[in-house]
Write a protein that binds this ligand. Structure first.
Ligand code: 6PG
Length: 250
């Protein structure tokens, strides 16, 4: 489903309501929810709104677990940190139990080490919380199923830190992968969830803004096979629901 808006504010208010209703539904269903947060600038207003009294009161914070879809290889206090962006937007304003905040570690010896540590953390979480289903998508791999994954799309069609032409797009086993520096903006090394994990989310919500992405989005929606070869965002084909919220102006 795609919904178009004139402004990012209109799209963000719909996104917040979507997040809240999916979180409430998951908590009613199994007692907790698992949400993968997107980085970048587009979702910032959504996150800020989520922390505002008008919305915050509806969110089941104590039962909500926050994960990151990707992270830049910078300190948590760095201005480019996706964790820092979300910390500023609402984690600093709302009491979320520390054990519910599952940030991607960036203080280790290398992005590869950080990716391994995060994958182990995810495995431990999903094994400790069996109601947060894991599904066997192929003989040898079982993959976690998040209740909601929030995603953005770059002007090159990347999503999370899955960039065009990257070998990681073909990754079938790892849940988390390290991304070499030089890609994206900022061009730092990164850590990202892989397509098998993102595509098993029960709900995916893309939040996209700005006319510069319109052409890519049109290709993804109208010529998916062609788009798949060009744009990682086109490879997001969840087994669950996929919603695009598109704002004309960012
Ligand atoms: C990141 C994000 C990334 C983002 C896109 C779009 O770490 O940069 O996770 O995947 O969603 O780059 O970013 P904007 O929404 O800021 O255009």
């Amino acid at each position: 489903m795609i919904r178009k808006f004139a402004t990012i504010e209109q799209a963000s208010r719909v996104a917040v309501k979507h997040i809240i209703s999916l979180a409430q539904e998951a908590v009613l269903d199994k007692g907790f929810c698992t949400i993968v947060m997107s980085g970048g600038s587009t979702p910032q207003l959504t996150y800020t709104l989520l922390g505002e009294p008008a919305y915050a009161g509806q969110m089941p914070w104590q039962q909500s677990h926050f994960f990151w879809g990707d992270e830049r290889w910078v300190a948590f206090t760095h201005q480019d940190s996706n964790y820092a962006m979300i910390q500023k937007a609402f984690l600093s304003k709302i009491h979320v139990p520390l054990q519910n905040i599952h940030q991607i570690p960036t203080g280790n010896s290398s992005p590869e080490a950080g990716a391994k540590i995060y994958e182990t953390h995810l495995r431990d979480f999903f094994q400790a919380n069996p109601l947060a289903e894991m599904k066997n998508i192929e003989e040898e791999i079982t993959v976690p199923s998040f209740d909601l994954a929030l995603l953005g799309m770059g002007t090159d069609g990347h999503t999370a830190s899955l960039f065009p032409g990257s070998d990681i797009l073909e990754e079938k086993k790892k849940w988390v992968a390290a991304v070499p520096e030089g890609l994206g903006s900022p061009p730092v090394a990164r850590i990202t969830l892989t397509l098998p994990v993102l595509n098993l989310a029960r709900n995916i919500l893309f939040l996209i803004a700005g006319s510069r992405k319109r052409e890519i989005l049109d290709t993804i929606l109208t010529r998916p096979e062609e788009a798949k070869e060009l744009y990682p965002a086109a490879r997001i084909k969840p087994s669950g629901n996929l919603v695009w919220l598109v704002a004309e102006k960012s």
